[in-house]
Design a protein around this ligand. Structure first.
Ligand code: TXA
Ligand code: MG
Length: 318
């Protein structure tokens, strides 16, 4: 198992020798390595069993740092960065050669994000290089939202996890790219489309690019538990599957007739931020219970609700 602690110097020493460290962000925990080192980047892909065609996000401490790794920042990208960084927003920007092709899977853009977590901000400020960091889970599984999640699955592959507590957003960053300087959303996430549109106007949304190997976060099946997950009306599903042991992931109220130990309620007060924050941890807990299947319901499709529903759908895809 990896050590969990808050020793920044230890994290720095490991990262400087091309080792990987689990790091907290406001979205999910990342599996971080030196983004300028092909050796560290290769270790990230290996530790996650991640296919090399799935590019990594590069984390920086602020906008000024981002300029060191991209040819330029389009006007609308800069506007978004100024509004939402640090925060759950990744911008796809034209990369400079200093970012290894291995990090971007040969693409000419690099995903850049300035995360909002005091420990990681400090870490990034102290390091002489940016951090490549995918979510710290085996490829295709549910993303980790606390250090124990990271340790459960990658603890035998890394030595240290920085303890930043529970992630307070709980969904991965929203990914925005640009075509002729027009913003396009490629992944729904912790920053809602409504918040983005308030700044740059109507956004084109291109999800489900399952034929596009450059963006596996958009693959149909991703973020998935090992148990079969079915989405629909909970009462009906509970009745249909009454002969099985069911785990329930409900939005705001329990389902009658199912043992409460096997039910998780995302937000009893119907708060979508709370629901987002709990989503992955609850899915994990249900996956680890002795249940045959998990049933879940969609949440209202507004704000973070759209990203929550997107993750539920991908988690349920076979
Ligand atoms: O919130 C987050 O973004 C977290 C934390 C750790 O920062 N990271 C994260 O990374 O979710 P990961 O690797 O699990 O997901 C990154 C997604 C992948 O689906 C990848 O295909 C896409 O970002 N991506 C990265 N760079 C890209 C690029 N240049 N073009 C298109 N897609 C890109
Ligand atoms: Mg991921």
């Amino acid at each position: 198992m990896a050590e969990i602690g808050s020793d920044l110097q230890k994290a720095i020493t490991l990262l400087q020798s091309d080792e990987l460290v689990g790091i907290p962000t406001e979205t999910v925990y990342g599996l971080a390595g030196n983004a300028l080192s092909t050796k560290a980047i290769a270790k990230i892909f290996e530790a996650k069993d991640r296919p090399f065609f799935d590019p990594l996000i590069v984390h920086v401490s602020d906008i000024e740092a981002a300029y060191q790794y991209v040819t330029h920042i389009p006007e609308k990208a800069l506007l978004l960065a100024k509004h939402f960084w640090p925060g759950p927003l990744t911008l796809l920007l034209p990369k400079l050669p200093i970012i290894p092709d291995l990090a971007t899977s040969g693409l000419n853009t690099v995903g850049i994000r300035c995360p909002q977590h005091p420990l990681t901000t400090q870490l990034l400020k102290l390091l002489p290089f940016p951090l490549a960091a995918p979510s710290a889970n085996p490829f295709g599984y549910i993303s980790p939202t606390n250090p124990q999640h990271v340790n459960q699955q990658l603890g035998n592959r890394i030595r240290y996890i920085l303890d930043g507590g529970e992630c307070n957003v709980g969904l991965e960053s929203t990914i925005i790219g640009f075509e002729q300087d027009q913003p396009i959303a490629y992944r729904l996430g912790g920053l809602s489309i409504e918040q983005l549109e308030a700044i740059v106007g109507t956004l084109e949304i291109q999800l489900n690019a399952s034929s596009n190997p450059a963006a596996p976060g958009q693959l149909k099946s991703h973020y998935a538990p090992k148990k079969k997950l079915i989405i629909g009306n909970l009462e009906k599903l509970a009745a249909t599957h009454a002969h099985q042991r069911i785990g329930v992931l409900a939005f705001n109220r329990a389902v009658s007739g199912v043992d409460m130990h096997r039910q998780r309620i995302l937000s009893p007060t119907s708060d979508l931020s709370d629901a987002a924050q709990h989503l992955f941890a609850y899915l994990r807990e249900l996956d680890q219970l002795s249940v045959d299947i998990i049933i879940a319901e969609e949440v209202p499709p507004v704000g973070l609700g759209r990203a929550i529903n997107d993750r539920l759908k991908r988690a349920s895809a076979q």
